[in-house]
Design a binder for this molecule. Sequence first.
Ligand code: HEC
Length: 604
Amino acid sequence: MRPMFRISKRQMLSLALVICLAPVFANASGFEGRVSADVDTPIVGAMVTFRFGSPFQERTVFTAEDGHYQVSGLPAATDYAIRVRRIGWHDIRTSGSTPDQGGQQLDFTMVQHTDMAKVAAQLPANHWYALVLERLTDENEREQLVRQCNMCHQQGNAATRLQRPPEEWHKVLSLMARMGGGLEMEFRKKLPELFNSAYDPKTAVPRLTKDFGQPDFAPPPDAEVRQAVIDEYEVGGRSSMQHDMIIHSDGYAYSVDMSTDTLFRLDASIPGGDRKAFAIPAGDFPLGGLGADDALPSNSEMRVGPHSAQSGPDGAVWIALAVSNQLAIFDPIKESFVIEDLPGGIFPHTIRFDDRGRAWYTVAVSNHVGVYDPKTGEHDIIRLPARDFGEEIMLRMLPFAMWLSQWVDLSEMGSASEGLAVPFPYGIDIAPDGGVWFSQLNAHRIGRVDPDTFDVTVIDTPFKAPRRMRFDSKGKLWIPGFSSNLISKFDPKTGEFEQFALPEELLGAEAPYTLNVDLKTDDVWVCATNSDSFIRYQQDEGKFTVYPLPTQVTYTREIGFSDDGSIWSSNSNAPAWQIETGVPRIIRLNVDGQINEQLAGSNP
Ligand code: HEC
């Protein structure tokens, strides 16, 4: 009989390493084989995905230079749905199972596409969106479109790149404005024609596939990237939005589902992942919470709107409840919640802890930063500077406007002029000296709150839309420019910004939402939203690496690290129905393929 695994000495060595380092499942198994077009033509960089369980886990590996792949750590005697994917080739979809013992050999033969429309459809959304952005010669319009339209979901994916009659576009754009994607009215009027011409398959498909068959058309990721193993765990349902996730010190991953008011806990040490759902107390809040319910998609059940989560120094999972203006504090041992009302402000957003155990959080709509000390019960709300006097008045009127909006539709008014967009305090992080730094997304600036006096200073960023930011181990602040196609390093000592344009392969059509710094290496990991990828920036080498992810329509908003070096996030494209398979996922990327299922988690 043919041996299940034919392994070279070199592979044996790395396998031995994997086995030593990774206490894989007791009855672990796997697959191994070759992906090729024919005997002489290996397919390099194909993604081979194994799905099992319900709700499912998917594990994806890449094929090497010679077309070989090997996936380990999968449960034995289990059935798998298998998909092999490489841009330019028909997806292979088949099934297979692991034996009771050992691994399973499976080879695949791929067939190249001949229909260019199908090839273009395999490209991530950024390829299509680049065709829209190149038509925008006015930089302010380009910037506005990315900032306002890439906030919830991708642009240029299969659901958003459809050509539509102008009146249908107007309906869509008016709904988007009500939900928060407002644009200057004159600009908005141009969009139906702009989208319809950019997304016209007659011109777009030949453009997008003109180099088909050439080496530089959708080249495979390089050898370093191909070592990666990607795990995805289905969480929630079709109406879910897994906004943020964290890796907790208890070794579990937690994610908050903003549209179903649920906290999910994932135990990745169980094959397939063991999930538990905790309903976040919603009290008597109506649909939409304190916000307007007509701005909700029809399938949303949001009453409190858990937006972001953070591990507290007390071991609790702290959650910002955006639409009920509360914090939820989840005790993972008692599995119960304590709810803390905000002393003021609208839309609590991102939470970070200082070394005195205080929770600092941005309050996005009303332009505040809040600080809550669970030890003393002191809870303060700090007003951040507005851009000008008019905005100051507008922000002070907001509670009244929200009350009024129950009866009068103010959304078209709010979106009529970009000047009315609120500053939107967004990211927040604590500097090594205890200073609390925040970004104001729409005001294009960052600022510092003094941790003792609460005095606020603001600094304009030399780029637009600073989003969720983090300090590295040397006290430098890393900031993604959501609509600026870059990340930036800010030195609080000198006040200098250094900017790093995202890699050219992303075509300038990416919108980096969040970054986080792995403090062990000071590598900066960026949540890409429009190209189905994670982006790594290695400071010491000054090098960007793009890690392609296997699921079409992957949109990530927060990033965490577990002690084994895995990178974690959640796919929170909203609406979830645009995601391939229609349901969100928690994602884990292990760069060197050495997965430790027993996470000792950490998420600074
Ligand atoms: C606040 C979140 C949010 C923002 C901002 C947003 N969208 Fe959407 N978008 C959604 C949701 C949710 C849906 C799905 C609506 C549904 O299922 O009823 C959607 C659906 C769409 C669709 C598909 C509509 C359909 O019926 O097939 C298009 C196209 C679209 N959005 C374009 C845009 C554009 C262009 C912008 C910027 C002006 C934008 N979106 C901004 C949340 C958003």
